[in-house]
Design a protein around this ligand. Structure first.
Ligand code: KIV
Ligand code: ZN
Length: 515
């Protein structure tokens, strides 16, 4: 059986990042891009350079750091956009300009206020300009699935003639269904001259919950590139989930004889990294990467699984990198065991990182009898971040109750020494945040606060994610501790330190403590 290769085009850092609550700063995008590189995706769409200086910088940095995959930058079909995308891609080993224009009558009339003929000219000019700069040019006909099929044939014919190497047929509003989408792909293959010489790509949104089904139907009909995102994040209901597309193709080789370059065992780690960066947890019943994706609750299922795992399992958790949560280390485990376990989890630590991790580990093992993989992952994620800390948390104390205001007392250390502040609040977390504002000199407005326990049990580590606006700048922060008020304080301070670092402000002089 032939196994044709499907190109996996990841747009987590562009379409995914556009969705509410998923914005990432430069360091976070770079961290995610490296994870995608390790995952083995073929194309990383790194951003939309004309949209903002931050997007531009992210594309530049990712192009510099990730040498194996193709790095794509998005742009409209207008010259300034295209030039900006190309500038951002200068350092890429394998650059791609991805240019798009809407082609449905709805978009042409209400959004672009262009005629079909004007749009064709814009595509001709835009793709032509992109091609004069870059060999690899992708053209997307936005809202293709609501475009007139005859017009779409004209659109793609023009795009090929102008030099496009990849033609993308987006289901921008998640409107199509598998059978119809497959027919559209076949129609284009039959009617667009020269289409055999280019790659047909699909890009599906999930408004009807059909993004993955539509993508797979398109592959069966002849598409050879699938655009998708980790955990399916993206505009509105999201994009096709990478892990579902890849594992769908892998598990159903019998009816879809295709391969991808994705390293399946790195899927879970990529999913967790993204969830951790954005603070958007994966829904428990999410296919492939959800907490319950491999859990068997009912007695009948458990009995079947004990007899033979294939009774209720179409793929093993290990095949996508999900390990059993098991007790790994305890108070008396040494540095060597810790280093080995981190390595097994995919985090080979350097000497300095290991020293820091070991310190955090011993502190944690004083608070917690059993240490699980998740605890160790929380240490890498929250304890080993490289944001220089203008302020370090030295101590907190909080009181709360039903009949009183909550109070928070915080001691921070900076180059100027240690200071302590107190504040009142609606609750202990709020009071601690207010005390920290007094000390850092920043005024924070909490936009998002999430907490989850990384393992079970009363002594579990709580991980807190916050999104805070400090004087017009929004920043996220994370913190972990067995004490949730402390975890919250660490997350808040992490966000504040990022803002202070970004401002490159000299360490503010310690504010005199007021009692
Ligand atoms: O959904 C869409 O149409 C897009 C294009 C820019 C490819 O994201
Ligand atoms: Zn999209």
């Amino acid at each position: 059986m032939g196994t044709e290769r499907i190109t996996i085009f990841d747009t987590t850092l562009r379409d995914g990042e556009q969705s509410p609550g998923c914005s990432m700063n430069l360091d976070e995008k770079l961290q995610m891009a490296k994870q995608l590189d390790a995952l083995g995706v073929d194309v990383i769409e790194a951003g939309f350079p004309v949209a903002s200086d931050d997007d531009f910088a992210a594309v530049q940095a990712i192009a510099h750091a990730c040498r194996r995959p193709v790095i794509a930058a998005l742009c409209r079909t207008v010259p300034h956009d295209i030039q900006r995308a190309w500038e951002a891609l200068q350092e890429a080993a394998h650059p791609r300009i991805h240019t798009f224009l809407a082609t449905s009558d709805i978009h042409l009339e209400y959004k672009l206020k262009k005629t079909r003929a004007e749009a064709l000219q814009m595509i001709r000019d835009g793709v032509g300009l992109a091609k004069s700069l870059c060999q690899d040019v992708e053209f997307s006909a936005e809202d293709a699935t609501r475009s007139d099929w005859t017009y779409l044939v004209e659109v793609f014919t023009v795009a090929i003639a102008a030099g496009a190497t990849v033609l993308n047929v987006p289901d921008t509003v998640g409107y199509t269904i598998p059978d119809e989408y497959g027919k559209l792909i076949r129609h284009l293959r039959e009617h667009v001259p020269g289409i055999d010489g280019v790659t047909i790509s699909v890009h599906c949104h999930n408004d009807l919950g059909l993004a993955v089904a539509n993508s797979l139907a398109a592959v069966s009909a002849g598409a050879r590139q699938v655009e998708c995102t980790v955990n399916g994040i993206g505009e509105r209901a999201g994009n096709a989930a990478l892990e579902e597309v890849v594992m769908g193709l892998s598990v159903r080789q019998d009816v879809m004889p295709f391969t991808t370059g994705v390293n399946h065992e790195a899927i879970y780690r990529a999913s967790q990294t993204l969830a951790n960066i954005t603070g958007q947890e994966v829904q428990p019943n999410k296919a492939i990467v959800g907490r319950n994706a491999f859990a068997h609750e009912s007695g009948i299922h458990q009995h079947g699984m004990l007899s033979h795992h294939t009774t209720y399992e179409i793929m093993t958790p290990a095949s996508v990198g999900v390990r059993n949560t098991h007790l790994v280390l305890g108070k008396h485990s040494g540095r060597h065991a810790l280093a080995k376990r981190f390595e097994e989890l995919g985090y080979p630590l350097g000497r300095t990182e290991l020293d820091k991790a070991y310190k955090l580990f011993t502190k944690l093992s004083d608070q917690k009898k059993e240490i699980f993989d998740e605890d160790l992952l929380a240490i890498v994620r929250d304890g080993l971040t490289h944001i220089p800390e203008t302020f370090k948390l030295r101590a907190i104390q909080a009181t709360a109750g039903t009949a009183m205001f909550a109070t928070g007392l915080v001691t921070l250390a900076s180059d100027g020494g240690e200071v302590t502040e107190t504040a009142l609040g609606d609750g202990p977390v709020n009071a601690v945040f207010a005390a920290m504002d007094k000390l850092t000199g920043l005024k924070g407005r909490l936009l998002d606060f999430k907490i989850h326990s990384v393992t079970g049990g009363a002594d579990a580590v709580g991980e807190v994610f916050v999104q805070v606006e400090f004087d017009g700048v929004t920043q996220s922060g994370k913190g972990a501790s067995t004490d949730i008020v402390e975890a919250s304080a660490r997350a808040y301070l992490n966000a504040a330190n990022k803002v202070l670092f970004a401002k490159r402000a000299p360490a503010p002089a310690v504010v005199e403590a007021r009692s």
